[in-house]
Design a protein around this ligand. Sequence first.
Ligand code: FES
Length: 85
Amino acid sequence: MEAKKQLLENLKKVCLCRSIKAGTIMTAIRGGTLSFEALRRELGVGTGNCKAKRCRSKIEERICDYKSSLKDAEVSTVPTQPERN
Ligand code: FES
């Protein structure tokens, strides 16, 4: 069920003007494209008729969520110090 949800999420169009799907955007973000301007250059998001009015906030939110997930992963992998006697 979770895989089906993820597949549907990936197929959702985020930049409607340019028909760019969430999966394409997330692949670029996971590959290290971590700003809206960089995604614009790489994928063409935000270059449609609305000039990013409809998609910019959604894409920036995805970048933000991804960065927070990285920070959470770092915190959970930091080893704890053993207690000294
Ligand atoms: S929805 Fe992305 S440029 Fe219009």
